[in-house]
Design a protein around this ligand. Sequence first.
Ligand SMILES: [Zn+2]
Ligand SMILES: [Zn+2]
Length: 143
Amino acid sequence: MTRDLAGILRSRGHKVTPQRLAIYGMLVGTKAHPSVESIYETLKGRFPTMSLATVYKNLQALMESGLVQQLSVNQPFSRYDADVEPHGHLVCLGCGRVDDLEDRSIVQSVAERCQETADFDVRHPAISLFGYCSECRSTQSGI
Ligand SMILES: [Zn+2]
Ligand SMILES: [Zn+2]
């Protein structure tokens, strides 16, 4: 990824701070779709003065700059993704893990079908499928 991160932030009127860069770097480096809490837990060692509210504020700035998306998964806490291309998510109801739906053409074809059949102009195709991951299925009988 060779995006000019600092340039993008500045062009949207946002400051470039070490915390902001670290949060973005963490999101780019993971496929776990972390929550605000887990971003905070991961980075608080490096930034002892950083609060949960700071993480949230930084995420807002990154989202306003189009660098990060907030996932509309039905969880108590929002999850964040530095992959802003349209793609679907698989959400485990057991352990809360969120994985990318690797087949991206599914989301695109759903969006296209909506455009044709529902006369709806799709701008943000986001699809979440809820269920149980293989780990949860193997450890919890009856699922
Ligand atoms: Zn699971
Ligand atoms: Zn994702």
